[in-house]
Design a protein. Structure first.
Length: 295
């Protein structure tokens, strides 16, 4: 597949997130239609319950808009023994839906037991042991369904910093979802991680970053969600992340996975037709068309 044929969208780019109180959720049909309008023909699943849970209904909906389902973000708390069974059961349900609709990857969010993404945590050694044991169980569940597990380091979750990622790489067989925005926000070098994890990058989320707002988030002066509302994540090519250089490096490694335009957005109200997240998504897709011309 060519580079441009491996570009997909994600509902969070249209403000669709499952966190309590995140913001206004646009109708799923409008979101899928606007993805199609931008030029995208593949999507991630979005939060639990946003798209139909019935596989036949989901497939019919995606077919109506010419979309392929490539994967989905599945957050799970894996370091707390008292909730492990519940979270692993959810992982199994999500993997069933993803596999039956032709997806190839489950993007695992190493979730925190705190709601939202505003509080940073550091696992104890005992919690790391529990996390890694349950991570292996997630990989087994996904594999049973024919899916890859791509662990997604994420601000406000259990794995975010470079030392966290290096520990996962050395202590587990997990593959990675590299999110250029979350890596940059955490001060993690995406290119260095991609080189260290050569052959273990299974999925990519592309987002650019307002470095000024990022510094305020890192310092704790501004909460993550507030920063997202204020424009923390920018259209590709408009921020401080070297998106083009990162893509060129991955392509030189013969990466064959998906690149997802995944720009976290918070909406207060329903945008007017032709306005809202579609504008940034179209800018990002146009930027990637330019990158494709230089590959």
């Amino acid at each position: 597949m060519t580079f441009l044929s491996r570009i997909a969208g994600a509902p969070i780019t249209w403000g669709v997130d499952g966190s309590p109180g995140w913001g206004h959720l646009m109708d799923r049909e409008r979101v899928l239609a606007e993805m199609q309008q931008v030029g995208l023909s593949a999507t991630e699943l979005g939060p639990d319950g946003y798209l139909p849970g019935d596989v036949d209904e989901l497939r019919a909906l995606l077919d109506r808009f010419g979309h392929t389902l490539i994967g989905g973000f599945v957050p799970a708390v894996l370091y707390r023994p008292e909730v492990a069974s519940e979270n692993l059961a959810y992982v199994d349900r999500a993997a069933t839906i993803l596999a039956r609709t032709g997806a190839s990857v489950m993007v695992l969010g190493p979730d925190s037991h705190h709601p939202g993404y505003d509080r940073q945590i550091d696992l104890t050694e005992a919690e790391w042991d529990t996390f890694l044991t349950n991570l292996d169980r997630v990989i087994q569940i996904a594999s049973k369904h024919g899916l890859k597990t791509a662990l997604h380091p994420h601000w406000g979750m259990a794995v975010v910093r470079q030392d966290h990622v290096e520990r996962v790489l050395s202590k587990s067989r997990a593959e990675l979802c590299i999110d250029t925005g979350h890596f940059a926000l955490a001060g993690t070098d995406a290119v260095a991680i991609a080189k260290a994890a050569a052959g273990r990058v299974a999925h990519v989320h592309l987002k650019d970053l307002d470095e000024g707002l990022a510094r305020l988030v890192r310092s704790g002066d501004v909460a993550f969600r507030r920063a997202v509302i204020d424009g923390l994540f920018l259209p590709l090519g408009a921020g401080s992340v070297d998106i083009g250089g990162f893509i060129e490096m991955l392509e030189s490694q013969r990466y064959q996975g998906w690149y997802v335009i995944e720009q976290d957005t918070v909406l207060a109200t329903e945008p007017e037709p032709g306005d809202g997240p579609i504008i940034a998504a179209a800018q990002s897709f146009a930027f990637l068309e330019g990158v494709a011309g230089g590959l």
